[in-house]
Design a protein around this ligand. Structure first.
Ligand SMILES: [Zn+2]
Length: 283
């Protein structure tokens, strides 16, 4: 099974004690769920952890995959330069995803790099993975950004990731990094919109059932109004589990800061012909 599991996780920098300096206590449930996910990823012994992040370079019409041998990043921007990370990229997987994406007419690849430094959408999950896995890393990584392209295109990219992993015989765990709504509370940093809590409720329900057809069907306008961050990230994860029976576990949800943080874990349990939610393009 090329995709050995997946997780939906948020990426608040303040969850790192070095950044939060105590403020992380208000999202302790998210921390506990994150630690549980990281321990399980470690136990699955992935060859490569693919992390999709909304905060890498983002183009309207192109999905950027970070290239090169390795990359570094730190939380200096968030007042914690000592929180620094270095990962090796799975270059063969990046190349194969690019080739298969091209064949499937999905505009994705390693072109268009602007800032090779790791972003917080990538590094927050990395923080928990490093705690669980120790160093040196027992696996390689891949960083994939999002785009303004359709929900379906992001789902299709997930299908391509699965195919590429299969062709290379990689055991890949996919982490979909993404916060939920930014409009959860009137006293939050972005204020309140009714779509905010509604989006969070629907996502936790949809992801808790791995109802990826419903994830694809959410109206884009509604998601935009809710100020979502991770919708397209979650769609790539869904696509990577296309055609699989999936055991879904909603591990935690918190909205105390006005931004929604959801953690869910997904375990594929074998082929399921009823779960192809997007038709493959005819050759
Ligand atoms: Zn974000």
């Amino acid at each position: 099974m090329p995709i050995i599991g997946g997780a939906m996780v948020p990426h608040p920098p303040l969850i790192l004690p070095g950044v939060g300096k105590g403020a992380e206590a208000q999202i302790a449930k998210t921390t506990a769920a994150f630690e549980q996910v990281a321990a399980r990823v470690h136990g699955l012994k992935p060859d490569t952890v693919v992390i999709t992040t909304p905060h890498s370079v983002m183009y309207q019409d192109y999905l950027h995959i970070s290239g090169g041998q390795s990359a570094r990043g730190d939380f200096r921007r968030f007042g914690a330069g000592q929180e620094a990370f270095h990962v090796a990229y799975d270059q063969a997987l990046a190349m194969r995803i690019g080739e298969l994406a091209q064949a499937a007419r999905i505009p994705a690849g390693i072109k268009g790099e602007r800032d090779p430094a790791l972003d917080h959408g990538f590094m927050v999950p990395l923080h928990f993975l490093r705690q669980a896995m120790g160093s040196p890393w027992p696996c390689q990584f891949l960083r994939i950004g999002l785009s303004g392209l359709s929900f379906e295109t992001h789902y299709r990219l997930g299908m391509v990731i699965k195919d590429a992993a299969g062709q290379l015989g990689r055991r890949v765990f996919l982490v979909a990094s993404g916060d939920l709504s930014h409009y959860g509370r009137a006293d939050g940093p972005y204020g309140f919109r009714p779509e905010g809590p509604e989006y969070d409720r629907r996502i936790m329900d949809i992801m808790g059932r791995a109802a990826f057809d419903e994830l694809l069907a959410l109206p884009e306008k509604f998601c935009e109004q809710a100020g979502e961050c991770g919708q397209r990230s979650f769609l790539i994860l869904a696509g990577a589990l296309d055609g699989q029976k999936v055991r879904a576990e909603a591990l935690s949800y918190e909205g105390v800061t006005g931004v929604g943080y959801g953690v869910s874990m997904f375990t594929p349990e074998g082929p399921d012909a009823t779960r192809h939610f997007v038709k493959r393009e005819e050759e």
